[in-house]
Design a protein around this ligand. Structure first.
Ligand code: SF4
Length: 398
């Protein structure tokens, strides 16, 4: 079996299910092939093997392909040729192809796949049986709607004005191409997402990946860190809705809410607003299922009570200062439970010897002669202020 454009099938772990039934499904997109042969997971919607360099790809091909030239170099053209020869044999021997679909047109029942290597065209035309697995949100009403998306998708995904290979088919044609065609319309949580007035916006996504490319969190963490089929900002709003918020509960928090994703999204999904909405849903879900308030809720309630009173706040700061005994070189590496959950993954700063308010009182205390004479900030043990000695003010000369 050969496969193309099938991130939707990852949602239902189709490859693993087929493997269990003794059927090997060969990915034919070059990047998907690299991921599959490397026993790896995709890290990007559009370029799933972006985390691999060409030396690693050469090593994977030599180890896994079996039929590859032992003198294979890491020259990109040589690697592409090796993949081409390997895949050509799969295309010519496979009896069944599985594809995803970028769009479907309700007007005629046509399906559409956009790809850039030509592997999709081979998958869609060579095997005798074609099975397309498509999310139900991919249906557009009419051909004129498809025209809009055919312009929008390549421009937002690869920066091209026109997509290299656009395949459109409607059922089967006797004597030409697959003679059997099956369409699987996948819900997998989409109807539930549609029922959410805010979350439903995620269903507009055309998987262009523009939001991944501008996201500072994705840039630093990479796609694997999301641990879901869909990484990046779109993954953070669609995965929790498809699987249920409890299965991907941390994803809506994997964002600084900077809004860069919203700015570039060609279908104007307000991702930050959906993220905030999903955070609220998660908090409500946790609250509803607990009989007792969570540790976080208790901590926040106590913090709110302490911060509501200047006297209580000052007293809490004095108590917190006792934590200085745990510090080494300005950091506390291990706190006692329940605070240990914080220091399991990061250090805590040592509380300062003097709070800002103490420093202020000290600096502005009445002095002999009735004069207020603030001491030089930055003196030993004193907080520094921007613009003070040794700390130039932004934009100052020298
Ligand atoms: S959310 Fe918008 S920018 Fe991100 S992949 Fe979907 S369509 Fe593209």
């Amino acid at each position: 079996m050969v496969k193309v454009k099938s991130i939707t099938t990852d949602e239902i772990a189709l490859n693993e299910a087929l493997e269990g039934a003794g059927i090997r499904a060969h990915e034919t997109d070059l990047a998907e092939l690299i991921v599959q042969l490397g026993h790896d997971r995709p890290s990007h919607i559009l370029v799933p093997a972006i985390h691999r360099n060409r030396a690693e790809i050469r090593e994977i091909f030599l180890r896994e392909m079996g039929d590859v030239d032992a003198g294979l170099t890491d020259d990109p053209a040589a690697l592409a040729e090796a993949a081409r020869l390997h895949l050509r044999r799969k295309f010519l021997s496979a009896g069944v192809a599985i594809s995803g679909a970028n769009f479907a047109v309700a007007e005629t029942g046509a399906l559409c796949v956009l790809e850039s290597e030509g592997n999709g065209r081979m998958c869609l035309t060579l095997p005798d049986t074609l099975i397309t697995v498509m999310g139900i949100e991919k249906v557009v009403p009419a051909w004129r709607d498809l025209g809009v998306f055919l312009q929008l998708l390549p421009r937002s995904s690869t920066g091209e004005r026109m997509n290299p290979y656009t395949s459109i088919w409607t059922g089967v044609t006797p004597g030409d191409g697959p003679q059997q065609f099956h369409l699987v319309l996948l819900d997998n949580g989409r109807t539930a997402a549609l029922a959410d007035d805010v979350g439903r916006a995620a269903l507009h996504c055309i998987r262009c990946s523009a939001c991944l490319n501008v996201c500072p969190v994705y840039e630093r963490a990479g796609g694997h860190a999301y641990g879901s089929v869909y990484p990046g900002p779109i993954g953070a709003i669609i995965s929790p809705q498809l699987t249920g918020i409890e299965d991907n509960a941390s994803l809506p928090y994997a964002s600084s809410l900077c809004g860069a994703c919203y700015e570039v999204c060609p279908v104007k999904i307000d991702i930050p607003s959906v993220l905030v909405h999903l955070r609220a849903r998660h908090v409500e879900a946790v609250r509803a299922e607990r009989r007792r308030p969570s540790m976080e809720a208790v901590t926040m309630a106590v913090a709110s009570w302490v911060m509501a009173s200047p006297a209580r706040y000052a007293a809490a700061q004095r108590v917190g200062r006792a934590g200085r005994v745990l510090g080494r070189r300005g950091r506390i590496r291990a706190l006692p439970p329940p605070l240990s959950r914080w220091t399991e993954s990061r250090d805590a700063p040592v509380p300062p010897a003097q709070t800002f308010r103490e420093w202020w009182r000290h600096e502005h205390r009445p002095r002999a002669g009735g004069q207020h004479r603030p001491r030089q900030p930055g003196a030993e043990g004193q907080p520094r202020r921007p613009g003070s000695q040794g700390q130039p003010r932004p934009g100052s000369q020298g």
